[in-house]
Design a protein around this ligand. Sequence first.
Ligand SMILES: N[C@@H](CCC(=O)N[C@@H](CS)C(=O)NCC(=O)O)C(=O)O
Length: 438
Amino acid sequence: MAATLYTYPENWRAFKAQIAAQYSGARLKIASTSPAFTFGQSNRSPVFLSNFPLGKVPAYQGDDGFCLFESNAIAHYLSNDALRGSTPQASAQVLQWVSFADSEIIPPASAWVFPTLGIMQFNKQATEQAKEEVKRVLAVLNQHLNTRTFLVGERVSLADVTVVCSLLWLYKQVSLLSFSLIKLFVSPLSNLHNYHFVQFLAFNNFSILSESISVLLFKIVISLAKKFAEMQPKKETPAKKEKGSKEGEKKKEEKKATPAEEEMDECEAALASEPKAKDPFAHLPKSSFIMDEFKRKYSNEDTLTVALPYFWDHFDREGFSIWHSEYRFPEELTMSFMSCNLITGMFQRLDKLRKNAFASVILFGANNDSCITGIWVFRGQDLAFTLSDDWQIDYESYTWRKLDVDSEECKTMVKEYFAWEGEFKHVGKPFNQGKIFK
Ligand SMILES: N[C@@H](CCC(=O)N[C@@H](CS)C(=O)NCC(=O)O)C(=O)O
């Protein structure tokens, strides 16, 4: 059976139905752009209104003529039993969370976000109240997820789909508001953050979404960081104070600034401006091994003849450690492009570790038969992930084994992973369609 879902592009309510259909295998055509459907026009036409009297989207029409409005009902209809909850208890719990999303998340989220879109008049007291309410509701979710992977039972259900979609909208909209949301949403609510945006959607990489949620989340965090950086009082540089007629030249000079400033990206800028953000490596004695210098060699020179000897000549075994990583759920690795997203997403999320870590990670194998393993060089003798909440997102999905830096095994692995060639005996698979990340 085929069917059409009328909506507008990127409608989070329609995502619920689209994701449910993707899970259950139901075929669904999306009519979201003209000439098939023009939101604001098509939904006001007599023919549309005769099927959907509210004139709202998403709206579902089966090829058999069956029509349905209300996004939750459409998502329910497109689901399979597993998504709906296969026991009376589970299906009631699914309904519980679907209702929770609609009546607990959406109203305060709307009260918070609508004024910023000009849809509602701004009222400071109402906004503050809405923020508190969102925070309270998300804390409930966070608590629930403390010991669970999914909202209901041990697998994805419509509860996850619905709650995630209602949050997706909130994340997207509020990302325009203020950096304080990073604190509100990302740090204290780490269970929620891990669960929703990384574990669930990112792992499943829904093709119906215009981009994977992990990328979206990354963009949101970046835009929050940017917003925050913009909000910070600008540092008055001497050059600026002397503002004279040669504006153009001055600007160029300012731009040169210090190498540190030059290399700062938005994330780092935000981090740098955070009140007293602690350097998690501050307790370690200074090391003679400069990661940046090694990385420069590695990027610019031949690996086997220059970068590798440089690495071992300069490696500081007291100040650094070497680890082998292996993805724990290879059976979940289906399409290799998804696995690539998983790895690049991880690297993006760990970007702040850039000056203290190096990794060469390889996706071995092909679609539906692959594994992800890698070699990591970390500052210190422990895994760095536990030093910051932000870094823990991916780390539990891997097994980590510290290598004896003097062992032959370590030497071989470092050589093979750095050079992306060799037998990779420990992988136990031919190194055929491997994809490499560093
Ligand atoms: N509760 C409904 C809400 C649907 C709804 O409000 N849709 C809006 C767009 S998000 C709409 O189509 N508005 C058009 C209109 O009011 O004319 C659902 O979840 O499907």
